[in-house]
Structures are given as structure tokens and as C-alpha cells.
Design a protein around this ligand. Structure first.
Ligand SMILES: CC(C)(COP(=O)(O)OP(=O)(O)OC[C@H]1O[C@@H](n2cnc3c(N)ncnc32)[C@H](O)[C@@H]1O)[C@@H](O)C(=O)NCCC(=O)NCCS
Ligand SMILES: Nc1ncnc2c1ncn2[C@@H]1O[C@H](COP(=O)(O)OP(=O)(O)OP(=O)(O)O)[C@@H](O)[C@H]1O
Length: 215
């Protein structure tokens, strides 16, 4: 089973590209969605978060904006939150991979914003990065209603886009038309998922002797 990793900065188009793979029947593991499920009411991450960040969980509900403010203001707080979340996200990823193997999936996609930061390169056969010009990235996240200053702070704490592009095996440009992105995904699928295995070389003993082959 081919394990494809997908990463990219905030608003670069990870979810959009992941859905293009999903549409081509590649099972997708969404790290952000896993984080959200773990932090939802009743989620396993709520108790450790409440203990590490007093006041952000009230009546069993996490105030995500308050937690985001902690994380953006203080690198130690971010490391604390990541230490809580990453172990749980990895456990969910392991379960996902086992289930996909059991189902006989030919390839899977791991959509992980912090793929490179968490050493994920070593766990994937192919690392993809989605990338768009910074102005496009900011305009997209502004449309979601996040204030400009906060977007800048999130981008500043992420690995620079140029570094992600350098470390990736392939880059998917998402700053051009959607059609361009769809074509690129189709091309990557053809090259890395559907390319037939090279024909096995026939064992030597079954080959015709030279003299007969020439005739
Ligand atoms: C800080 C939190 C509460 C903010 O929640 P919010 O709903 O505002 O944002 P959301 O979860 O949708 O994330 C939006 C984007 O922010 C970026 N982001 C999130 N966490 C981080 C992080 N620790 N470092 C860098 N970028 C991050 C990603 O690009 C992500 O796609 C939340 O993102 C969180 O718990 N993050 C820590 C867990 C983590 O490390 N997530 C990354 C997945 S491997
Ligand atoms: N060619 C394209 N490829 C991908 N996304 C595009 C493209 N053109 C426009 N978009 C838009 O850009 C936005 C990208 O958002 P998306 O949620 O996919 O990014 P993300 O990387 O998952 O973000 P986050 O890190 O915040 O979770 C979407 O609104 C999408 O419609």
C-alpha cells in the first residue's frame, strides 16, 4: 500500500486537494479533523487540555479561539498542546492505516499540516506539498473570517512554504485555476498510484539459448 503524505501552510488547499484524491477512491486521513474530533464535547483530549490550560474548557466545551490565542502568544504553550495532541493523532493514524490495509487499499493519503515538523517524511512513500503565492493564501484565510494579524502569526509559526516545497517529492500548485490543480492530481495519481509494476524479468533458465533466439 502506497502511503502519500500531503502538507502545506494554512489555507494552501490541503483539504481541497485531499477531496480530489478521495474522489478517486484514495482513503484520506485528515489530521485536522482528528484534532477537532478529539477536542469535541466528550473527546479524549478535553481532560488533558483543561488540566494544561485552565479556563479554556467550560462545561465540557473547548473554547478554540481562547486556546488558539494561548498557542499564538506563547511557543511553550504550543509545544504543550502539541505534546497532548500528537500522540493521540498518531494513534488514530495507525488505526486508519491498519483498516486501509485490511480493506486492501492500493494507496492512502495522510493530510497532515505538520507532516515535516513531526518527522512524517519517514512514514510516507511520497510527500506532497500544496503551495500558492502568499497573497492568495492570505486572501483565502481572510475569507474565513480570521483577522489579518492572526493569519500572519499562524504563518510565522509554520515551516516556511519554500522549505516545505524543497522537502517535498512533488509540489501541487493551488494558486492557479482549480482545473490546473485537478489535472496535477490526476497526473500524480497516474504516476504514483496507477503506474503498473514493471514486468518481472524472466528467470534466466527459461530463456532461449542465443543461437535459437537469433533465428
Ligand atoms: C490551536 C487550535 C485549537 C486552533 O483551532 P482552530 O479551529 O482555530 O484552527 P484549526 O484546527 O482548523 O487549524 C487551522 C490551521 O492552523 C494550522 N495549525 C493548527 N495547529 C497548528 C500548529 N500546532 N502549528 C502550526 N500550525 C497549526 C494548520 O494549518 C491548520 O490547518 C487547533 O488548531 C489545535 O488544537 N492545534 C494543535 C494540534 C496540532 O498540532 N494540529 C496540527 C495537526 S498535525
Ligand atoms: N486551485 C485550487 N486548489 C485548491 N484550493 C483552491 C484552488 N482555487 C481556490 N481554492 C480555494 O482555496 C481554499 C483552500 O482551502 P482549504 O481548506 O483546502 O485549505 P487548507 O490547506 O486545508 O487549509 P487549513 O490549513 O486552514 O486547514 C478553498 O476555499 C478552495 O476553494
Amino acid at each position: 500500500m502506497k502511503i502519500i503524505g500531503l502538507t502545506g501552510g494554512i489555507g494552501m488547499g490541503k483539504s481541497t486537494v485531499a477531496s480530489l484524491f478521495r474522489r478517486r477512491h484514495v482513503p484520506v486521513f485528515d489530521a485536522d479533523a482528528t484534532v477537532r474530533a478529539l477536542q469535541a464535547p466528550g473527546g479524549a483530549a478535553l481532560a488533558p487540555i483543561a488540566a494544561a490550560f485552565p479556563g479554556v474548557v467550560r462545561a465540557g466545551v473547548l473554547d478554540r479561539a481562547a486556546l488558539r490565542a494561548h498557542v499564538l502568544a506563547d511557543p511553550a504553550a504550543r509545544r504543550r498542546l502539541e505534546a497532548i495532541m500528537h500522540r493521540m493523532v498518531r494513534a488514530a493514524e495507525t488505526k486508519f492505516l491498519a483498516a486501509a490495509r485490511r480493506r486492501g487499499a492500493r494507496a492512502v493519503l495522510l493530510d497532515i499540516p505538520l507532516l515535516f515538523e513531526t518527522g512524517g517524511e519517514a512514514r510516507v512513500d511520497l510527500a506532497l506539498t500544496v503551495s500558492a503565492p502568499r497573497a492568495v493564501q492570505i486572501a483565502r484565510v481572510l475569507r474565513r473570517g480570521l483577522p489579518h494579524a492572526e493569519i500572519e502569526r499562524i504563518i510565522a509559526l509554520q515551516m516556511p512554504d519554500a522549505e516545505k516545497r524543497r522537502r517535498a517529492d512533488a509540489v501541487i500548485a493551488t494558486g492557479l485555476s482549480r482545473h490546473h490543480t485537478v489535472r496535477r492530481v490526476r497526473q500524480l495519481m497516474a504516476t504514483h498510484v496507477f503506474r503498473p509494476a514493471p514486468p518481472a524479468r524472466r528467470p534466466r533458465r527459461f530463456r532461449q539459448p542465443f543461437s535459437r533466439r537469433r533465428r
